[in-house]
Design a binder for this molecule. Structure first.
Ligand SMILES: *[C@@H]1O[C@H](CO)[C@@H](O)[C@H](O)[C@H]1NC(C)=O
Ligand SMILES: *[C@@H]1O[C@H](CO)[C@@H](O)[C@H](O)[C@H]1NC(C)=O
Ligand SMILES: *[C@@H]1O[C@H](CO)[C@@H](O)[C@H](O)[C@H]1NC(C)=O
Ligand SMILES: *[C@@H]1O[C@H](CO)[C@@H](O)[C@H](O)[C@H]1NC(C)=O
Ligand SMILES: *[C@@H]1O[C@H](CO)[C@@H](O)[C@H](O)[C@H]1NC(C)=O
Ligand SMILES: *[C@@H]1O[C@H](CO)[C@@H](O)[C@H](O)[C@H]1NC(C)=O
Ligand SMILES: *[C@@H]1O[C@H](CO)[C@@H](O)[C@H](O)[C@H]1NC(C)=O
Ligand SMILES: *[C@@H]1O[C@H](CO)[C@@H](O)[C@H](O)[C@H]1NC(C)=O
Length: 545
């Protein structure tokens, strides 16, 4: 589990020298399970944006990276050839090598190779693969599209005409390895330069008046397309029907806006039924209002263009296709409630493969997530509230993550049952002290905030009996920052039972749990100054396969 992933950075421009060999069995009804094999060559390349050259780390020279297309039941084999100077891991969902460096695997060193092999089971829809080491996922990521094993006609929604991954991300000029080091060392001064749609910065960005390229999505009138993305996303003149999230089906939900947090994926249908023309597809980053520290407004747009808009050979063009595209009305960047509503409206679809939610939990944890600080020179006493003597860290129940002091990945140490594991402290069930976690007076630096700021770092583990049903209520705190927090659980899906604003109160809130059709997610957005309750079964397959 990771707390507080930063907003997901992404980068730009495709320079393709692809080395992909997809043997995917797309749309073949009842096809036997196939082996889908890819070679990912990781290297650095220079990309020019906003009049500046930036060195970025990419897979197969592509931005975004290659799409892995599979059918449920297939085996995926990814040969990673690391030609970059960085230590690399890639997260692709398998327990034994799911990419968390030094937790489940060692990083792939420069000039080394590693082969990931995993089975795609019980997931359909869109996921994403990404680099797990440092902030390199900003430029090392791509979509995984999983189709049903009985062919696309067995989707529990109208068969789309086209499937188009839309990745909303950010463009950083800072060296991302350096960014990672500065985050770890508590100096986080840089911010992304722009947002991107499928790695294009769009026409709202320019350098000396020369506009950046925009992403253009071509559609045919009357056809349905499937989308996948991250942020607040709208397309002028069109609605979406959300049919999946994190590769699980949801009951179709029609909306004109998609809210998506780092790590989440959404599958949505869009019917191209507007009058032929050109429409902006716009993404805007949302953020907590002041007194939270403010980032610049991140907004990026591309266009959706009807096929009837292509210029004819004689140079003539239909009327609606000339002039400025139609723009959607975007929500205020501080309207974080829309995200809460969007997530609250998703329920699971009752279909043949749907796992029923267990009605009862064996263990319940209440975990606060937020910021705290440790002293730069160790010890308990130092100046806080943003003073250089302290380092800001993210915490769970008032403990910040520290890599265990073992010379092999934790999973391996656990497997061989060495005494290394015994050194790990247990993640506590509850926060050590109860206070008003969502008190907005804790946001600004000051005496009130300073009382709850000091924290510590430790290597924590939490062991569950195999098959245990576990409830976790994640509580966002408003210490220093009051923003939402995406929480991702590796190797499992979680039922999102309920979410709410304020401090979780079992006497009042357990009654709100949806034990009928809660959505299954692998990433859950814990709302700003609020909480999210999840339930999962600790049954990650314990095999070396
Ligand atoms: C990569 O990992 C190795 C082994 O863990 C370590 O010695 C080395 O410093 C790391 N290199 C970088 C660039 O982080
Ligand atoms: C890694 O794979 C590449 C391409 O298959 C090969 O040329 C290279 O020799 C391999 N390197 C190592 C260290 O195995
Ligand atoms: C270029 O960007 C600047 C600053 O964002 C903006 O004020 C200006 O209008 C833009 N110029 C063009 C031609 O888009
Ligand atoms: C669903 O969305 C509507 C419209 O935004 C909102 O009013 C409602 O509260 C949402 N439902 C939940 C359970 O969040
Ligand atoms: C889901 O479908 C199954 C089988 O058709 C049925 O038994 C069950 O009651 C349904 N559950 C819900 C929540 O509708
Ligand atoms: C692992 O090691 C501990 C302590 O040495 C021992 O008590 C336990 O039985 C071992 N577990 C297994 C599965 O071997
Ligand atoms: C916690 O703080 C919030 C916001 O500052 C306030 O609205 C709420 O009443 C407080 N709750 C309690 C239990 O004091
Ligand atoms: C957090 O942990 C630190 C270090 O153990 C302790 O001093 C502090 O009182 C704790 N704070 C809260 C709010 O639990």
């Amino acid at each position: 589990m990771k707390t507080r992933s930063m907003s997901l950075p992404v980068a730009a421009t495709a320079v393709a020298f692809a080395v992909i060999f997809a043997l995917s069995a797309m749309a073949i009804g009842g096809a036997a399970a196939a082996v889908v094999e890819h070679t990912f060559v990781v290297s650095e390349m220079t990309v020019r944006h906003l009049c500046k050259e930036t060195l970025v780390t990419v897979v197969n020279g592509q931005l975004p990276g290659p799409v892995i297309e599979v059918t449920e039941g297939d085996t995926v084999v990814v040969h990673v050839v690391n030609k970059s100077p960085h230590n690399i891991t890639i997260h692709c969902t398998n327990c034994w090598a799911d990419g968390v460096p030094m937790i489940t695997q060692c990083p792939i060193l420069p000039n080394q190779n590693y082969t990931y092999r995993f089975d795609v089971a019980e997931q359909e829809g869109t996921l994403w693969w990404h680099s797990y080491t440092s902030c390199l996922r900003a430029t090392m990521h791509g979509a995984i599209i999983i189709r049903p094993r009985h062919g696309v006609s067995s989707y529990p929604f109208p068969k789309p005409h086209k499937e188009i991954p839309i990745i909303v991300g950010e463009w950083w000029e800072m060296d991302l390895d350096e960014l990672d080091r500065s985050l770890v060392n508590g100096y986080f001064f840089d911010i992304p330069k722009a947002s991107t749609i499928n790695s294009k910065l769009g026409d709202l960005q320019n350098c000396s008046g020369v506009k950046e390229d925009s992403y253009v999505l071509d559609v045919e009138p009357g056809k349905t397309a499937a989308l996948f993305s991250e942020y607040y996303l709208k397309i002028a003149g069109h609605k979406f029907t959300v049919v999946g999230a994190d590769a699980n089906y949801v009951r179709p939900y029609t909306t004109d806006i998609i809210a998506i947090a780092p790590g989440e994926t959404v599958d949505a249908l869009m019917v191209a039924d507007a009058p032929p023309g050109r429409y902006y597809i716009t993404a805007v980053g949302n953020q907590a209002p002041k007194p939270d520290p403010q980032l610049p407004l991140y907004i990026v747009r591309g266009t959706v263009q009807y096929s009837t808009c292509h210029i004819a050979d004689d140079g003539t063009q239909e009327d609606p296709c000339v002039g400025a595209p139609v723009a959607p009305e975007m929500p205020d960047q501080h309207d974080v409630m829309l995200s809460l509503y969007f997530h609250g409206n998703l329920t699971s679809l009752n279909h043949t493969r749907q796992t029923q939610v267990p009605q009862r939990a064996d263990e319940s944890l209440y975990i606060t997530i937020g910021l705290g600080s440790i002293c730069r020179r160790g010890g308990q006493s130092c100046k806080r509230s943003g003073n250089f003597e302290s380092i800001m860290v993210a915490t769970m129940n008032n403990v910040s993550f520290k890599l265990p002091d073992v010379n092999r990945p934790v999973l391996e140490a656990h497997y061989y049952n060495t005494s290394d594991m015994d050194a790990l402290q247990e993640l506590p069930d509850r926060p050590p002290k109860v206070f008003n976690f969502t008190d907005v007076d804790l946001i600004p630096w000051g005496p009130k905030e300073r009382r709850v700021e000091p924290t510590s770092k430790a290597a924590l583990a939490r062991r569950f009996r195999y098959g245990a049903v576990v409830d976790i209520v994640f509580q966002s705190m408003s210490v220093i920052k009051s923003d939402s927090n995406p929480m991702h659980l590796h190797g499992h899906d979680m039922f999102l039972l309920a979410q709410g604003v304020g401090n979780f109160d079992p006497a009042r809130d357990v009654a709100k749990y949806n034990l009928v059709d809660p959505p299954l997610r692998n990433s859950v957005l814990v709302p700003r100054v609020g909480w999210a309750a999840v339930r999962f079964v600790a049954d990650n397959p314990d095999s070396l396969d």
